[in-house]
Design a protein around this ligand. Sequence first.
Ligand code: NAD
Length: 386
Amino acid sequence: MIKNFDFMLPTKIRYGIGMIKVLGEELKLLMAKKIMIITDKGLVQAGMIAKITDLIKAEGLSVIIYDEIEANPKDYNVELAAETARKESIDTIVAFGGGSPIDAAKAVSALIKQGGKVRDYQEKGKIKDDCIPLITIPTTAGTGSEVTFSSVITDTTEKFKFTIKSPAIAAKVAIIDPELTLSVPPMITAATGIDALTHGIEGYTANCTEPIAEAIGLYAIEYIAKNIVEAVKNGQNMEARDKMMMGSLLAGLSFSHADVASVHCMAEALGSMYDAPHGMCNAILLPFVMEYNLPSAELKYARIARTMGIDEKDDHEAAVKGIEYIKRLSKEIGLPGIKSLKINREDFILLAEMSVQNGSNASNPRTITQDDYIMLFNKAYDDLVS
Ligand code: NAD
């Protein structure tokens, strides 16, 4: 029997090449008067901000740029941005960037009106509906944060990445224009692309998944697996960029209605301890966690493998070949192994403790303990997929 579930999507999605042009129209529909663009210095240096400030000014609206958001956005980034927004009487936020600015902007949208520290909102049910309207414009094809209900923030005191989650912080509108990803360098294209692939795989296989999230997740996997190599090796290929962006969007929809699982639990621990790129951490861990999950997820892994193009009738063989394929894929697109993070083996105990405490631990398709996580960090360190 199919278990009961709810499926809601509070975000209006406007997708397509050149779609950025509707920004002014959407701001007017939201009755925006004073807008804060939340972004990062990388996008400013890439000369991309004028693309949206020109559109906003053309509507006669007032805009300020907040570009202080760091990668793996920090608690103080969010709190300082909210303070600035309050002082400037901002009524609408436009998040422009990868997952870091978008996640920060979601948290800022709640903090402006509801006050306090961002970590206060980790507790379920803490975020009220009273949030500043948010438009998300992703510039990487990876996190799907433009449509998810979550925001992942680093607690800099505890060095711990935590998630705040509520439909109230979801964007009112996501303007998704794949052309904005043409400038993403190969290494970031690779890491963000594997992040999206992981969302598709974990959304499809999580314990709490349901048929809509499964269907969307599987379709996402197909888009990503068939286009990631081309997008990394030939970043100007608009068709590959388009399909990666669609894969990322679908994967975001899938996992936000199901959950992520142990790959993310471990990746977020690594990301908070070493401030490492999130997608790269996922890529390092994905095949090892899949190998661990194999006894509980064989049929689904076989289907994932076939979706990625592996022609194998036997389910066990197909699942194993799929895991090997993913491992080779990460190498082919130039993603390094765990040792590139200059990691200490002594940290594995703490990293495993953080992984087990992650809110998505219970969603892993196979029960997993702190000792299992230590074993998986060791396997990744020794680069052993059997
Ligand atoms: P990011 O936002 O940290 O960006 C990485 C780098 O890419 C930055 O230097 C940025 O300036 C640059 N960049 C972005 N777009 C560019 C472009 N078009 N051209 C050139 N450079 C560009 O990376 P990300 O992987 O998109 O986001 C990672 C964050 O998202 C992590 O903190 C992760 O935890 C979070 N995340 C959130 C969700 C969610 O649903 N909320 C899901 C997955 C990941």
